[in-house]
Ligand binder design. Structure first.
Ligand code: ATP
Ligand code: MG
Length: 416
């Protein structure tokens, strides 16, 4: 992509009224545009990151046998009345009334809708287990929508729902999901901590959260550095400095962000909504369910909260909008431009995602400051000086030092 064509415009100053690091940086670097509190539009750079994360998630969900669906956002009141949640969800759910007087809600979550769907399709134990997921926009009336992408009123979530004929089968899948979520979050460049948490509104039992340590996180966890124990402080009977019940190490306390939450639902929804199957023994039984949420927008916000410095964002390469930021430093004869154009074409041939700063009449200082703000993992500078050495200068966004690399060895250095 030519930077001269890219739809973006950076801000030199932090936007007013933003407190969170992720909102400041994502707005300054034009990854997103803020419409109002908790409501963001994705611009080209931000959308590339979003797609990367979606693909990491899709690949993993398909690996474990998930099938992707796409449920509607507009939801009828009737299904929510079946579970008694229409009245309970009043504070969270956006609702409106149609001309006819009928009420509908915007999906804040999809347990009712998915149960409504599967009860029409699942008849027998042979139809189970079933794993259905979607990547969808959710709407919630969040009162504290002040932390950028971490807490939106309109936000992206991946929600998976599983359906089983036995508790044992459910348990097995719960373990698979645990591993799978840890893998996804690690692939996004974060270090997840599997954390026991309260049941909340959804279930009487415990639930599990995937927490990421971050100094401005809203949650607090009591955890063991060995990652064999972690509890949300809200429910924990232990505190910092006490011994880990698993390994005896001293427990720590840390601020964190909940990026995912998984729930054993049991028969909570199948019972209220009459979702049965006929088991091997001919008996009619309730379907056992689990649901598994992963915050897509919140993952982006978390990555920025964790990976940044005073100059800007430092994207992990798995989710970066581009892999390489090629910057040409103009000379009078236009020789550098010619070489840079060549390099751009060659890198593209090798399927490297390159953002090429081809702009003229922009100062070197401004180019470099923007590159740091945008945070692409590898910066390649080509100038009169480097060309004299038949080289380019390479610098990783995460490292301080740059090095000269011969152009003909670039492929090797970039591991192409
Ligand atoms: P929180 O406690 O932070 O309000 P929650 O427990 O209500 O979140 P869940 O219903 O568990 O959220 O949703 C699953 C995942 O969706 C969360 O783990 C989080 O990553 C994401 N998520 C929830 N609410 C928001 C929001 N308002 N903005 C962005 N992501 C969200
Ligand atoms: Mg939660």
């Amino acid at each position: 992509m030519l930077q001269s064509q890219l739809f973006y415009k950076t801000l030199k100053e932090d936007p007013k009224d933003e407190q969170s690091i992720n909102a400041k940086l994502l707005l300054r670097a034009a990854f997103v545009h803020k419409e109002m509190a908790g409501v963001f539009s994705y611009l080209p750079l931000g959308l590339r990151v979003l797609r990367k994360i979606e693909n990491i998630i899709r690949e993993e969900m398909d690996n474990i046998g998930g099938q992707e669906i796409f449920m509607s956002v507009l939801q009828p009141k009737a299904i929510w009345e079946e579970t008694g949640r229409w009245s309970k969800m009043g504070e969270i759910m956006y609702r409106c009334q149609e001309e006819s007087g009928k009420e509908v809600g915007l999906g804040s979550t999809h347990e009712e809708m998915i149960t409504d769907i599967i009860r029409r399709f699942v008849n027998s134990y042979e139809d189970l287990p079933l794993y259905l997921y979607q990547i969808q926009t959710k709407f919630r009336k969040e009162l504290r929508a002040k932390s950028g992408l971490l807490r939106g009123r309109e936000f992206g979530m991946k929600d998976l729902y599983s359906f089983h004929s036995s508790e044992e089968d459910f348990r097995k899948f719960y373990e698979i999901i645990k591993k799978s979520y840890l893998k996804i979050i690690k692939k996004c460049g974060l270090d997840p901590i599997f954390t026991e948490a309260s049941g909340g509104d959804f279930t009487e039992q415990y639930t599990h959260e995937f927490q990421v340590l971050a100094k401005d996180g809203e949650d607090t966890i009591i955890y063991c550095e060995k990652r064999d124990f972690s509890e949300n402080k809200e429910i924990s009977k232990l505190s910092v400095g006490q011994k880990c019940p698993k390994c005896g190490f001293l427990l720590k306390e840390g601020k964190s962000i909940e990026v995912g939450n998984i729930f054993p639902l049991g028969t909570r929804y199948s019972k209220d909504m009459n979702a049965y199957f006929i088991d091997k023994d001919g008996q009619r039984k309730l379907i056992i369910m689990g649901c598994y949420g992963l915050g897509l927008s919140r993952l982006i916000g978390s990555i920025v909260e964790v990976h940044n410095d005073e100059k800007g964002i430092i994207w992990p390469s798995s989710v970066a909008p581009f892999q390489v930021h090629l910057i040409h430093i103009q000379d009078k004869k236009g020789k550098v431009r010619e070489e840079a154009d060549k390099l751009y074409v060659n890198l593209q041939k090798e399927n490297v995602e390159v953002l090429y700063d081809d702009r003229i009449n922009v100062s070197v200082g401004e180019k470099l400051a923007e590159a740091d703000l945008i945070g692409i993992p590898i910066r390649i500078i080509i100038s009169e000086k480097t060309i004299a050495e038949k080289s380019v200068e390479i610098k990783k966004r995460s490292e301080a030092n740059a090095k000269l690399v011969k152009i003909k060895e670039l492929g090797k250095v970039l591991k192409l």
